[in-house]
Design a protein around this ligand. Structure first.
Ligand code: UDP
Length: 366
């Protein structure tokens, strides 16, 4: 079911008529068709919640949420979070804001959209949260820390971000969104939750996403060289998507009034070169590794200190890298097989059509 929310606030999304499930107002998931958003929608629907998924599909595909359309508690709204009117929605019981391109190659293509999605989108959602007295989760990011000068990164560290670099549109947008959250909390008592999400991976990532895990897996399975940027000694710490969704739903479930941002991620750190080697081993691929230039402002080290999350949420990630990568590889393999099958079917249909045309032409000639 799709409802278009126009910037002028019409039509209004009728949240009360959307489902027979429970009486609680629905949960709004912005960016609900994206990688994290679609996992979150699936999780909330499994729990019997009503979900409004809002997305402008700038880096996602409607096909991802198509399987949810038969769920009575699901409603899809095609809209840009930076343009929605608070009055477009009747009531919501909670808001998750995951609306922003997160892959560097994608968010850098449209830097103003990236910045305003975070800034204007957050402002609009905070107004809605205020009116509905709803808890609101902001998907913040480890990019808040920029090129960190302390390691691992703790929430009390203010970060080291280049305001003019290619990542600034994302980093500064997210930093401003955090500021907005705490202004609305302090001025209007909006119950905000800010989760600083570190690198996350798992099934369902778009194959053209551009981020390192999916790039390496697709390259390995295609028998193409794995593209390591720089010397590959930069580090990241990768969290499996189910663990991440578990953490953010916990953040919404517990009382966190007066608590600032919370790091969410898996603290097991690995170099990009080691990751490439790991993926080669797990896929059994014989691809080579090629070196490409390191993008400007690529953070050299990243690892979350998650002691705050462990204490406040009773949460630590439980999926080790090999297990998570294996599941992700299997998912990509399945999708590639489906693509191949679709391609073979399309070629078959094209051949059949051309044979029919030949018969038709021959028939005319007769
Ligand atoms: N990277 C790489 N090859 C790729 C894609 C990324 O070596 O094909 C590197 C990138 O330079 C960065 C790390 O992998 O050091 C993680 O990049 P990603 O785009 O996944 O996210 P980031 O953490 O930089 O936002």
């Amino acid at each position: 079911m799709t409802t278009a929310a126009k910037p002028n606030g019409k039509p209004r999304v009728n949240t009360s008529a959307s489902t027979r499930r429970g009486q609680e107002a629905p949960i709004l998931v912005c960016g609900g068709a994206g990688f994290l958003g679609s996992h979150l929608c699936a999780r909330l629907l499994r729990e019997g919640k009503r979900v409004i998924c809002l997305d402008n599909f700038c880096t996602s595909d409607e096909a991802v949420v198509e399987p949810f359309s038969s769920e009575p508690g699901f409603k899809l709204v095609r809209a840009d979070v930076a343009e929605i009117e608070e009055s477009s929605f009747e009531r919501v019981s909670a808001i998750y804001n995951l609306a922003c391109a997160a892959s560097p190659i994608h968010y850098q293509k449209a830097p103003l959209d990236t910045l305003f999605t975070s800034v204007h989108g957050m402002d609009r959602l905070l107004r809605l949260a205020r009116r509905c007295n709803a808890r609101i989760f902001q998907a913040s990011t480890s990019e808040i820390y920029g090129h960190p000068t302390i390691h691992p990164q703790v929430e009390s560290y203010w970060g080291h971000v280049n305001t003019m670099g290619p990542r600034a549109c994302y980093d500064e947008g997210k930093r401003c969104a955090e500021t907005l959250c705490y202004i609305y909390h302090d001025q209007y008592a909006v119950p905000v939750r800010v989760g600083r999400i570190f690198n996350t991976y798992g099934p369902g990532m778009r194959m053209s996403d551009g981020r390192v895990v999916i790039n390496f897996i697709v390259q390995a399975l295609a028998g193409e060289p794995l593209t390591v940027y720089g010397d590959g000694q930069q580090t990241r710490s990768f969290c499996y998507v189910d663990d991440l969704i578990d953490a953010i739903t916990r953040m919404m479930a517990v009382s966190l009034d007066g608590v600032g941002p919370i790091n969410i991620g898996n603290p097991v750190e690995i170099t990009v070169l080691e990751l490439a080697q790991r993926i080669l081993r797990l896929t059994g691929s014989r691809s080579s590794i090629v070196v490409q230039p390191l993008p400007q402002d690529d953070p050299p080290r990243r690892k979350p200190d998650i002691s705050l999350a462990a204490r406040l949420l009773d949460w630590t990630p439980s999926t080790d890298l090999d297990t998570g990568l294996t599941r992700t590889i299997e998912d990509v393999e399945r999708r590639l097989e489906r693509q191949d099958a679709a391609l073979i079917a399309a070629v078959g249909r094209a051949r059949a059509a051309s044979a029919t045309r030949r018969v038709g032409i021959a028939g005319t000639a007769l």
